[in-house]
Design a protein around this ligand. Structure first.
Ligand SMILES: C[S@@+](CC[C@H](N)C(=O)[O-])C[C@H]1O[C@@H](n2cnc3c(N)ncnc32)[C@H](O)[C@@H]1O
Length: 334
């Protein structure tokens, strides 16, 4: 573990009101297992100073309202931890040898676009075996929120990981991979390769260019969100080519059902919760003229792009499902 006393950390703000040194002092006490995996050369001295300047200049979309971002609304939506549970379970099982089992705590997975720890919180809610999730994100606002929850987390870009070579069992790049610009995608996949142990897996999740989910982003989110959404999605050949170029073997690319599922005490309440979830998650502030009109407008947009909303009776409540299909690539490091 890094000797904190002798380390020359930069003095710029890394998180709100915290230099990297302040962050590291907290993290090394509460999450020594995470700190053990950080690369000393990457986190000491001038290199981190420059890196912080770059991250601060790049990150805005998932920062706070004052920075023009939609991070606050996004995190309101993520309070329902199971809102994408079917897809999340399937993605996590991709890290098991059989693709069918939930990995256990010995499996250390870095959630590269982890936000305020949505997947880490979901994993904590599971009974039975569950992997160890480290959350990473570019956004200071998101990592501040992770720190407040006591989650093991780090602020970094997908394109420049602070983790050591060969240190992780799994890397997950999911729920936002389209936010990586064309030039950054290969860098992020190569960083995953570098930081994975031999035999470790990268799971990349996005939505297919030209599919229904891409239409939701182009025709609804880009038009009505506070931030717009000018981000191209992935194609299947692109996933294959990028994984092969990085050196991954046993590459698979497949469709995954990844619906939104929201509960309610009645069927109507479940549908309303699902629609308001979409409103907050994408911060669709331009979709309606008044609050009375929001659910109708969101419902029409959902049904015209993603498809019909279904409601099922569960044990104690009702669950509304908004269909969504994702595109996933999995590769193993040799
Ligand atoms: C749609 S959110 C997903 C958050 C969380 N995984 C979830 O599903 O709720 C995408 C996240 O990716 C982060 N992000 C965007 N570009 C990034 C980059 N280059 N490196 C690391 N994180 C990035 C954003 O700050 C944002 O928090």
């Amino acid at each position: 573990m890094l000797n904190r006393v002798n380390a020359a950390f930069p003095s710029l703000e890394y998180l709100t009101g915290m230099t990297f040194s302040d962050y590291y002092r907290t993290a090394v006490t509460s999450h020594p297992d995470l700190c053990d995996l950080l690369d000393e050369d990457a986190i000491t001295g001038d290199r981190l100073d420059d890196y912080l300047r770059v991250m601060n200049s790049l990150s805005w979309e998932f920062e706070d309202l004052a920075d023009g971002g939609r991070g606050a609304a996004y995190n309101v939506a993520q309070k329902v931890v199971g809102n994408r549970q079917q897809g999340m379970v399937a993605l996590l099982k991709c890290f098991s040898p059989s693709f069918r089992d939930m990995p256990d705590a010995d499996t250390k997975i870095l959630d590269v676009l982890g936000g305020d720890g949505t997947i880490a919180r979901f994993v904590h809610s599971l009974d039975g075996p569950r992997p160890t999730i480290f959350t990473a994100d570019l956004s200071r606002f998101m990592v501040d929120a992770c720190m407040r929850q006591g989650l093991p987390c780090v602020r970094q870009s997908a394109t420049r990981s602070l983790f050591k070579d060969n240190s992780l069992d799994g890397v997950l790049i999911a729920y936002g991979s389209h936010h990586l610009a064309d030039d950054d995608r290969q860098l992020a996949i190569s960083e995953a390769y570098r930081t994975l142990k031999p035999g470790g897996r990268l799971v990349l999740h996005d939505f297919e260019t030209g599919g229904e989910t891409a239409r939701w982003f182009e025709e609804v989110v880009h038009v009505y969100s506070r931030t717009g959404h000018p981000h191209p999605h992935f194609t299947r050949p692109e996933m294959w080519e990028r994984f092969s170029a990085a050196g991954f073997r046993d590459v698979r690319v497949f469709d995954l059902n990844d619906p939104f599922t929201l509960p309610g005490a009645t069927a109507d309440e479940a549908v309303s919760n699902a629609l308001m979830h979409m409103y907050h998650m994408y911060d669709l502030v331009k979709i309606a003229n008044g609050s009375g009109d929001i659910t109708n407008r969101v419902a029409r947009c959902v049904e015209q792009t993603l498809g019909e909303i279904h409601v099922n009776k569960a044990e104690d409540d009702f669950v509304a499902t908004i269909p969504r299909k994702a595109l996933v690539a999995v590769g193993t490091k040799s």
